[in-house]
Design a protein around this ligand. Structure first.
Ligand SMILES: C[S@@+](CC[C@H](N)C(=O)[O-])C[C@H]1O[C@@H](n2cnc3c(N)ncnc32)[C@H](O)[C@@H]1O
Length: 239
């Protein structure tokens, strides 16, 4: 189901994900901004604004270059920890918080979301931006998130999706499946990484299935909110 891999069928998904994000780390932010027409930060802001429990401690899972964590520092008063398996992405994240003088609010750790180095019930909120699709074992990762959230703790998850309106969907699929991979390959010089993106979205559980999975893990009040005509899905839930 989430076993789509970037490079080959032999090596494990996790190792390939580490290699891929290390390869594209330096161009990740500029490509994200360009390919989303500058909407990526708006999506993160919309997600953070859904956190309604005034969190004091937030975990940003699959933090990458740290933009979700930085966004959370703007719109909450929380201390934030971001974890990721890619050193290359974390290097960029660390440079950013140093530049922005945010090192007292945000800390980045190398860590696997499927086996987290945190105690049960440690966080008031968890954010995950464009990360869960890349987990090797989706259920394991979601169970771990559930474990480290405290009771009534809140989670917001962003994932790419497709518009529901037929004409827009057709046009967007054309862009997402054919144009985006070409631009991504040109700028990042890793063709496989930006072909993996549409393939991994296509094989990720559909919105309804993902809601079902979150409920199965134990999350309550699971909500799905389509953003920008549905090109991104925002899932909100509580423990
Ligand atoms: C598309 S990037 C998203 C980065 C960031 N959250 C954002 O909003 O731009 C996906 C990130 O997930 C990380 N990742 C994938 N599997 C992971 C895992 N099991 N544990 C921690 N990080 C993981 C990758 O290394 C990568 O940095």
């Amino acid at each position: 189901m989430t076993k789509t891999k970037p490079y080959n069928s032999k090596e494990g998904k996790k190792q390939q994900i580490i290699t891929m994000f290390n390869n594209i780390a330096t161009n990740y932010d500029i490509l994200n901004f360009t390919l989303s027409a500058g909407l990526d930060n708006i999506w993160r802001k919309q997600a953070v604004k859904k956190l309604s429990n005034n969190p004091k401690k937030i975990l940003d899972v699959a933090t990458g270059t740290g933009d979700f964590a930085i966004c959370a520092s703007k719109y909450t008063k929380a201390k934030i920890i971001g974890i990721d398996i890619s050193n290359g992405m974390l290097d960029i994240a660390n440079q950013k918080i140093k530049k922005k003088n945010l090192s007292k609010r945000i800390r980045f750790n190398e860590g696997d979301s499927e086996d987290m180095p945190f105690k049960d019930n440690e966080f008031d909120a968890v954010t995950v931006g464009f990360g869960v699709r890349n987990f090797e074992n989706l259920e394991k990762g979601l169970n771990e998130i559930y474990r480290v959230l405290n009771k009534e703790g809140e989670i917001v998850i962003l994932e790419p999706s497709f518009p529901t309106k037929k004409i827009f969907k057709t046009l967007y699929k054309l862009y997402f499946n054919f144009i985006l991979p070409k631009i991504g390959a040109l700028v990042s010089r890793d063709g496989a990484a930006y072909s993996y993106l549409p393939k991994s979205v296509a094989t990720f559980p559909k919105n309804k299935e993902f809601i079902y999975l979150l409920k199965k893990i134990g999350f309550k009040k699971v909500k799905y909110i389509p953003l920008s005509f549905g090109i991104v899905s925002l899932f909100v839930a509580i423990k």
